[in-house]
Ligand binder design. Structure first.
Ligand SMILES: [Zn+2]
Length: 246
């Protein structure tokens, strides 16, 4: 089997600093896959005109219907955090990868603060994502904060008392959700998502695990994600799989 030997990591930068320690991410991945070479590529600034192609204007329309919408709504931005179609982003970023690094020996990971999303035909709408696996895999720090649900009680408190401001609410639920400035948790979560991006290839397209303690658990709630980052472990099955390659 053609096992990945190189993991290329890149950061797509924007003007605001991102609370993420890539060095720690690389160190942890190196411990799990010591036979892989981790390579930092220089970070890059996204070309707004190019990434604009991937922008979603209407959450309830699949990508091919987005452009018509734009003409109708004169391009007004209705979404608070702009969303970008994850697979279109992937195509845009893939153009930066040299041909010599397109084989299965290479895994490409791009960290970004942009929020990728994918369209679901189940409920016919877009959903924000923390990770899009593939070539390259895209891991979003904004997705880590926004794409997973906060504790149910958080939303209930928000509804219950209009007077309760966001700062108070955040204080009340401290430790139970992940915020933009929480470098420690965002970094720990990023390690999980890099593992998912790697297992997407070595696990033949199935990066997720049903064990809620395993780093590959597909968390939909931030509390579940926090649980896995506190456990910081792979289940026996995935641990063995990682060891086989090392
Ligand atoms: Zn597992």
């Amino acid at each position: 089997m053609n096992f990945p030997r190189f993991i290329h990591i890149r950061l797509q930068t924007i003007s605001a600093p991102v609370a993420l320690n890539i060095k720690i991410v690389a160190e942890e991945i190196d411990k799990i896959f010591p036979s892989c070479k981790i390579d930092f590529k220089p970070s890059f600034i996204y070309d707004e005109k190019i990434i604009e192609q991937a922008k979603i204007i209407d959450l309830k329309q699949p990508f091919e219907r987005q452009r018509n919408q734009e003409q109708g709504s004169s391009g007004s931005d209705m979404l608070e955090t702009p969303l970008y179609d994850g697979f279109v982003m992937q195509r845009v970023f893939a153009e930066m990868i040299p041909n010599s690094e397109m084989s299965l020996e290479h895994i490409h990971i791009i960290f970004t603060a942009l929020l990728p999303c994918t369209f679901s035909e189940d409920d016919w709408r877009y959903h924000g994502r923390a990770v899009i696996c593939g070539t390259p895999s895209i891991i979003s720090t904004t997705g880590i904060v926004e794409a997973l649900a906060r504790p149910r009680e958080y939303y209930l408190s928000q509804l219950g008392s209009i007077t309760e401001d966001t700062a108070n609410l955040k204080k009340k639920f401290a430790g139970r959700f992940i915020d933009y400035d929480d470098e420690e948790k965002i970094t720990a979560a990023a390690i999980n998502y890099v593992l998912q991006a790697i297992f997407f290839f070595i696990g033949e397209g199935e990066p997720f695990c049903s064990d809620s303690d395993c780093s590959l658990f597909n968390a939909h709630w931030q509390e579940d994600l926090i649980h896995t980052i506190e456990k910081r472990t792979l289940c026996t099955y995935h641990r063995n799989m990682a060891n086989k390659f090392s």
